[in-house]
Write a protein that binds this ligand. Structure first.
Ligand SMILES: [Zn+2]
Length: 106
């Protein structure tokens, strides 16, 4: 899951991200690998598949992928349509994951 919040003068809130930058590809044992489903936020896909152990992969889900799930695409586009144009700002602060303290500095 990507943690991004609005700038410091605003209360933290999720910010707008375009469809192809918002979700990761869902991974789960038994999930067909030839179809790319978007991982939603509560252990299921945007198209509603729930499987034990489902998690987001390190790879971004996009509608341009050859095997993109069309139901996930429809859900992603429906969610995108709900974002008001005036809230689609890019004044954001990206909160990066903590560094491994044992990794080299450079
Ligand atoms: Zn799907």
């Amino acid at each position: 899951m990507i943690n991004i919040f609005a700038g410091s003068e605003h209360a933290p809130r999720p910010v707008y991200l375009p469809v192809n930058r918002r979700w990761e590809i869902a991974e789960a044992e038994g999930l067909p690998e030839d179809v790319s489903h978007a991982y939603a936020y509560f252990g299921d896909t945007l198209c509603g598949i729930q499987m034990d152990g489902m998690s987001p992969s390190p790879y971004r889900w996009t509608t341009a992928h050859e095997g993109t799930c069309q139901d996930c695409k429809a859900a992603a586009e429906a969610i995108d349509c709900r974002w008001p144009q005036e809230k689609r700002d890019w004044d954001v602060q990206v909160i990066a994951p903590a560094m491994d303290p044992n990794s080299p500095l450079f």
